[in-house]
Design a protein around this ligand. Structure first.
Ligand code: SAM
Ligand code: SF4
Length: 448
């Protein structure tokens, strides 16, 4: 890959965890619309739930999540009370209809900041809202530096069966530069603790492109992670947006690897994980061959790659984004706004997007590209009929243009496929089908 080619395809593009992406939501969708979309859900509907805990003990300077650091538990306790009211409110609107959850994701921030009693209270509220499907995947994101055995026990008691542990990089120099000191031993003990409590399924998050990272530090970190034996590994490219995220200005930008080095780090990490027996899933996930993510059809949602195909995501908490058949909803981002709305007896929906017929076509095309590196011409035509025509025409134009070997016609004549060489640029290729992109590229991070 030449530096010129890299530059051409590595411009700022979204991560496509939704289409349209959140910067293109508008305030046309508010609490009243959400209420009507929720009340239209059918009896026995299969749903997924996402709960956002926007607090951490300490702020990592690279962090792009919606969170804030707190030394006191008081704001977290108040937030939990409000979150419980929001869960109850969803139950009131859904009424007597039964909802069945087959995926629940506790994200943040760091849900590991919660005290055991609050973990159990949230678990009990969720069981009042939904029936847990027998094969429910119930995951929690954990900062290994903020967890203890009694918290692990409480998570296990609520039914959590998958833990996602943040690591990023084990190298001291990198950890100092990102304000996240975390030893291998702490991480190992937390994973062992979860396994001892019956939470067997483990994911580890890693990031490349951080200050002072090199191919060698990334490779060493992967060796250590492989020793921990996670079922899944997520490998994210560092998204550096200091204009928007002021704490990222504390990152020494002169120590950030350039585009060529980022690309090399991503490749080295991926090759090492594959050599260690992991299967590549989508752009940035790796799973053991027996894991659900490596076997079934993969989907993409706000948590990244998932086996969740429920289609309905009920989002709870500040900034949380949900998806209903009619469109997306997002809660107020600021905790104070979120709390005020819920305490006033309303939903905290601030923005959203009602999906048009064209959005649905583009959304599926982009999701399939992100998940299976395939533009599924036949499926789009079968599902959407004439509405698919303009998007299919765009795909043909792309194939006819100079794409440096990143895409090739499907051998069976069904659209096109992204080549091995093109995989890392999947976001840039998907962005060809994004009709909103020109209205806000500055919000997005580098395409590699
Ligand atoms: C909510 S955190 C995970 C749980 C916990 N808070 C922790 O950090 O251990 C989500 C993950 O997003 C990734 N992440 C956060 N900020 C990022 C950024 N600016 N660019 C790329 N990945 C980022 C990190 O891998 C992090 O582990
Ligand atoms: S990476 Fe995790 S622990 Fe660090 S600030 Fe972000 S959410 Fe908190």
């Amino acid at each position: 890959m030449t530096p010129e080619t890299l530059k051409r395809y590595a411009g700022p593009v979204p991560r496509y965890t939704s289409y349209p992406t959140a910067p293109h939501f508008s305030d046309d969708v508010g609490a009243a619309v959400y209420r009507s979309w929720l009340s239209a859900l059918a009896d026995n509907e299969r749903v997924s739930l996402y709960l956002h805990i926007p607090y951490c003990d300490q702020l990592c300077w690279y962090c792009g999540c919606n969170t804030k650091a707190t030394r006191k538990y008081e704001p977290v306790a108040r937030y939990v009370d409000v979150l419980l009211r929001e869960i109850e409110r969803v139950g009131e609107v859904v009424g007597h209809k039964k909802l069945v959850a087959d995926h629940i994701h506790f994200g943040g921030g760091s849900p590991s900041i919660l005290v055991p009693d609050d973990i159990l209270r949230i678990g009990a509220a969720l069981r009042r809202l939904v029936a847990f499907a027998p094969d429910l995947e119930f995951a929690v994101e954990v900062d290994p530096r903020s967890i203890s055995d009694d918290k692990i026990a409480a998570f296990a008691k609520t039914g959590i069966n998958r833990v996602s542990v943040g690591v990023q990089d084990f190298t001291a120099k990198v950890q100092v530069a990102i304000n996240r000191m975390q030893s291998f031993e702490t991480t190992r003990d937390v994973i062992t603790g979860f396994r001892r409590h019956g939470v067997k399924s483990v994911n580890v998050d890693l990031v490349y492109g951080l200050p002072h990272q090199t191919r060698e530090t990334v490779a060493r970190t992967i060796d250590q992670v492989v020793e921990l034996g996670p079922d899944r590994v997520a490998l994210f490219g560092y998204a550096h947006l200091p204009q928007r995220l002021t704490h990222q200005r504390l990152i020494p930008s002169q120590a950030l690897p350039d585009m060529t080095e980022r690309f090399a780090q991503a490749n080295r990490a991926a090759n090492k994980l594959v050599e260690a027996g992991y299967v590549r899933v989508g752009l940035d996930h790796f799973a053991r061959p027996g894991d659900r993510l490596a076997c079934g059809e993969v989907r993409r949602n706000f948590q990244g790659y998932t086996t969740d195909d429920a289609g309905i995501l009920i989002a709870l908490g500040a900034s949380a984004i949900g998806r209903l058949p009619a469109g997306y909803v997002q809660n107020a981002v600021a905790v104070a706004d979120y709390q005020r709305q819920i305490e006033a007896g309303e939903f905290a929906t601030r923005r959203g997007h009602a999906l048009s017929a064209e959005d649905n076509v583009r959304s599926l095309a982009i999701e399939r590209l992100m998940c299976s590196f395939h533009f599924p011409e036949r499926e789009l035509k079968e599902r959407f009929g004439d509405a698919a025509a303009p998007v299919v025409a765009e795909a043909r134009m792309l194939l006819d243009s100079e794409t440096d070997g990143l895409v090739e016609a499907d051998p069976e004549g069904d659209g096109f496929r992204i080549t091995e060489k093109g995989r890392l640029f999947v976001r840039s290729i998907a962005s060809v089908f994004d009709s909103y992109l020109s209205q806000g590229a500055a919000q997005h991070s580098a395409g590699v």
